[in-house]
Write a protein that binds this ligand. Structure first.
Ligand SMILES: NC(=O)c1ccc[n+]([C@@H]2O[C@H](COP(=O)([O-])OP(=O)(O)OC[C@H]3O[C@@H](n4cnc5c(N)ncnc54)[C@H](OP(=O)(O)O)[C@@H]3O)[C@@H](O)[C@H]2O)c1
Length: 251
């Protein structure tokens, strides 16, 4: 499948990896549906898409993927506007830094799971009839944290991403042969993720020491893999988790 003219929903499109996926998809002629909550950032990325895009302006949906009514609105508005869904990119995600001993541990767990896992499950559930019609596909943005525990305040995040990987494989099996489902598992990427998850600014330096390639990725590196997975070049790929971690797992 070439992305030209395809309807591509990108959650978390206001920032970082999702913004890059939205812009690059627009560049390739996709009808992009951008989902996020931050109006200012959504508007900036939407302008970037419009300036590189070949055809239609992106459809911007201000929605919280952890809220059921917002998830329903994402699917309904997309279908009303474009009549179909070809690709669902579940990219929205965050972490809440708490230890398991913290009195707010369960609140943090529920919040992280609600966005990183439940939102993905709900969007998948509602998008399936449309994806089956178009023989489309799903790409979920997970993390290396799905396979490697990352420290005391990452337990909820790691757990959510491990579950996301397994859910993706279950869906790849269940939705075959009509719909492919794949995962990208990035290591450290230079985005607003740290700031949005309340991490200290100097953590970047420590992260660099954690990977054998001694570097942090740019969002576009993750986007390249997502673009491959959503295209026909990956027609034989389903249920796969693509690691792009600068060799973090090797350390
Ligand atoms: N950066 C890294 O080092 C790294 C590494 C591995 C995996 N990842 C994964 O990559 C994905 C993208 O993260 P990023 O690095 O690009 O971080 P980011 O710059 O913080 O972007 C996160 C995006 O998710 C959106 N989002 C968060 N909660 C949401 C919700 N409840 N409803 C709707 N949108 C929501 C944010 O939009 P609004 O603020 O507008 O709502 C934002 O667009 C995440 O799933 C993250 O876990 C990141």
């Amino acid at each position: 499948m070439s992305i030209n003219d395809k309807v591509v929903i990108v959650t978390g499109a206001s920032s970082g990896i999702g913004a890059s996926i939205a812009v690059e998809s627009a560049k390739l002629g996709a009808k992009v549906v951008m989902v996020g909550r931050n109006e200012e950032k959504l508007s900036k990325v939407s302008s970037d898409c419009a300036s590189v895009g070949k055809k239609v302006k992106p459809l911007v949906i201000n929605a919280d993927v952890s809220k059921d009514e917002d998830v329903r609105r994402i699917i309904d508005t997309t279908v009303q506007q474009f009549g179909q869904i070809d690709v669902l990119i579940n990219n929205a995600g965050f972490n809440k830094l708490v230890t398991i001993h913290d009195e707010k541990a369960m609140d943090a767990f529920d919040a992280v799971l609600a966005t990183n896992l439940r939102g993905v499950v709900h969007l998948t559930h509602l998008a399936i009839p449309y994806l089956k019609k178009t023989k489309g596909n799903i790409v979920n943005v997970s993390s290396v944290a799905a396979v490697k525990p990352m420290g005391q305040t990452f337990w909820a995040y790691c757990t959510s991403k491990a579950a996301l990987d397994h859910f993706s494989k279950c869906m790849a099996r269940e939705l075959a042969p009509d719909v492919r489902v794949n995962v990208v598992n990035p290591g450290p990427v230079a985005t607003d993720f740290g700031a949005n998850s309340g991490m200290p600014a100097d953590l970047k330096l420590e992260i660099k020491d954690m990977v054998v390639l001694e570097r942090i990725s740019q969002s576009e590196e993750v986007t390249d893999i997502v673009l491959f997975l959503m295209s026909d070049r990956a027609r034989g790929v389903t249920g796969s988790c693509f690691l792009t971690d600068n060799g973090l797992l090797l350390k």
